[in-house]
Design a protein around this ligand. Structure first.
Ligand code: NAD
Ligand code: ZN
Length: 243
């Protein structure tokens, strides 16, 4: 499987990357599902939903404060550097991510589609136009308030109960359907509509490489090359950075 994956990555001219929380696991960010997933301890309905934010803004913001602090000092691991290398090598390599930690951009990648938004910024819940970087300064007050109109701020991520950014998701599906290789890394392929992206690729005859130590919802098929390894360990080898 590994040799086949290396060959495909080397030879295909129009690959696309699709990542999930597992991509950031080796940088120290916890996943949501799976063995050590956050949702084993916390309730997504309460902490990560638009209704939760309106009803219990302090609780929700305390949670984001904790996640933000957990993400401080987090650095992209060798797998991220491998993807940055591959992007330079190919000249064109769109990266679709479900992650909100910004690590793809921090590691120098461009053309990153953050389909679930970003935790690096916050904006006014009432959409008065105010937006800011999320910092300790802003989070001194819980919940943080919009300095323009006094409404609470919201993290710029897609919360449960909200729809995804339509243009970004449409472009992601288009890229997955039209590419010649989809590299799927660290996603349980359970959160829809994001989860539909690899299925859309498969329906269009696109080969899919999956990098994940655990089995996922992706089918056993000739078009799915499953590499059951950790992203940070195996990506440098897959892109030719390591023997
Ligand atoms: P998920 O938590 O549902 O699944 C994570 C997957 O990663 C699992 O299948 C697991 O086996 C795999 N994995 C664990 N360690 C790995 C490693 N070292 N290398 C490769 N794979 C590994 O995550 P999801 O599918 O992305 O869906 C969860 C949702 O959670 C997304 O909507 C995303 O926005 C959000 N989320 C983001 C972050 C982040 O930004 N870092 C963290 C947690 C959750
Ligand atoms: Zn405002």
């Amino acid at each position: 499987m590994i040799n086949r994956a290396i060959e495909l990555i080397r030879n295909r001219s129009n690959p696309v990357v699709f990542t999930g929380a597992g991509m950031s696991r080796e940088s120290g960010m916890r996943t949501f599902r799976g063995e050590e997933g956050l949702w084993k301890e916390y309730s997504p309905e309460r902490l990560s939903s638009i209704s939760g934010l309106r009803e219990e803004p302090e609780v929700v913001w305390d949670w984001y404060k904790m996640r933000l602090m957990a993400g401080e000092g987090v650095k992209p691991h060798a797998g991220y550097r491998a993807l940055t290398h591959l992007q330079k090598l190919k000249g064109h390599l769109p990266v679709i991510t479900q992650n909100v930690d910004g690590l793809h951009s921090i590691s120098g990648q461009t053309d990153v589609l953050e389909i679930h938004g970003s935790m690096r910024t916050a904006s006014c819940l009432k959409k008065c136009g105010f937006s800011t970087q999320l910092s300790h300064e802003i989070l001194k007050e819980t919940p943080p308030l919009c300095p323009v109109c006094g409404t609470i701020l919201r993290p710029d991520i897609v919360l449960f109960g909200e729809s995804l950014p339509q243009e970004t998701i449409a472009r992601s599906y288009e890229l997955a359907e039209e590419c010649d290789l989809l590299i799927v890394i660290g996603t349980s392929v359970q959160v829809w509509p994001a989860a539909g992206i690899p299925f859309a690729a498969l329906e269009n005859g696109v080969d899919v490489i999956e990098i994940n130590p655990a089995r996922t919802e992706l089918p056993h098929s000739e078009s799915v090359i499953s590499v059951r390894r950790k992203a940070g360990e195996i990506l440098p080898l897959l892109v030719g950075l390591k023997e």
